[in-house]
Structure formats: structure tokens, C-alpha cells
Design a protein around this ligand. Sequence first.
Ligand SMILES: [Zn+2]
Ligand SMILES: [Zn+2]
Length: 255
Amino acid sequence: MAWNGTVTCSECYNTGHNRNGCPRRKERYEAALAVPEEDRGYSERRIIQDMEYKKRRRSSRKCSYCGEQGHNRRSCSKLKEHVGYVAKQEKAFRAAFVEHLNETGLNIGALVATSSDDNTQGLHIVTSINWDDVSITTSHQALRRFIIAKPVHLLCESQRNRNHFNIAAPDHWSVGPAWSEKENRWQEKHHAVEVVSPSATPATPNKDWTESNKEIKEFFKDRASWQWPTKPGDNYYSCEWWDLGENIQEIKETS
Ligand SMILES: [Zn+2]
Ligand SMILES: [Zn+2]
């Protein structure tokens, strides 16, 4: 590689690709293959050997998700399937989440109150909603503190007094068996607010959030397929956070 980062091909001396991606080398390989075996010269035998060795190495590489050979994480069909299952739940959860905000009138401008006993006590006015903190991949443990609000008694002060809150997950959500129990959702116990005076405008997340799979990617980043539950509901790794009314996880494992 040259000082400016441009690759030069050691096969054809053109820049922009290396020997492995060289079109001329590929042509040479194909031409060598076309020669009957007994007529092949040294350079023909050599390039066939080289190319086949590389091919073998490539196909013996293991997928870091499922451990199988012949493909990688990016093309792993198992991973795609598992991500798809979580993405379905994410979609359903996010729809229910927005619906709940709008039922309760929780949006910028809403007046909220907290029952917490620390210095965040008292009436607050919501100044922003942090949508990026809302994902089923984290919310199944407890909703993150996605509400940013200013204490009403400090409204006239210029300092940026802001506190972060969440809400308690409502009982009517159709959560799955892996959604954590109410008593374990301590973040919600300590930081949940209730709407005292609803906002006049409904909460409208932007399209990026509605369609984002960023959090799911993050969730699967260090996971391997052995962490995908084989028996639904009774596994530490279970992803049955939202009840989709269909048990894909179970069907996939028993089929
Ligand atoms: Zn080349
Ligand atoms: Zn795989």
C-alpha cells in the first residue's frame, strides 16, 4: 500500500484493487482451468493451486453467530431469523408505546409529577422526549429515563435544571414471559412520573425512530446462536418480551 492509502495490484500493477480482487488474475485462472490437466505448465498449475487454496480457506471459515462453516455473520440465515423475530416485537412495542403516550397526553409541554423522594420531587414540565432511549431490547427490564423535564418552581431560573424520568409500564401492555416483573422494574419505581396536565399535541416520533433497527443490532452484536432459547419462557436468554400472539421462537426450535 502506498503512503496515500492507494493499493497497487502486484499482478497487473493497476491501482484500486489488490491481487485477490484482480480481474486479470481471475481471467488467468479461468484460462488455466480451460487447459487440459496434462498440458498445464508451471504457472498454470501454480495459479490453480493458489486460487483453490484461497477458496478452501474461505469456505472453512466459521460464522461467529451460529458456528457453521461456509458463511459469515452477515449472511447468516439463523441470525437473520432471530433478528427478525425481535424486530417484530420492537415494532409492536413501539406502536403500543406511542399509543400510550398519546392516551395519557405525555409529550413536550405536559405537566408531570413524580412520587420519588429525592431532589427530583415535585411538578415538572416536559421539555423533551428522548426517543433513542426507547427500545424493547432495553425496556423489557425497565423503561429507560426517556423524559427530560424541568422543575416548575425553577421555570424562571436560567440554569439548565433538567431531570430525567420514565413511566411505569402500563398493565394493559401485552408483554411476554421475559418482560421483567413489576417488582424488578426498579428504574420505574424510582423515576416514574404521572401526567398531571396533558400536552395539547400528540407525541410524534420521527420516522428514523419508528424504523430504526439500531438497538436490535446492538443487542445481537455480541450474541451467538447458542444464546437463542430452545425452550420458550424458561430461559435466561429468552427474548419473549412482547406477546405477538404467535410463538415463532417455539415453532422454529421444534421444527
Ligand atoms: Zn490487478
Ligand atoms: Zn451463521
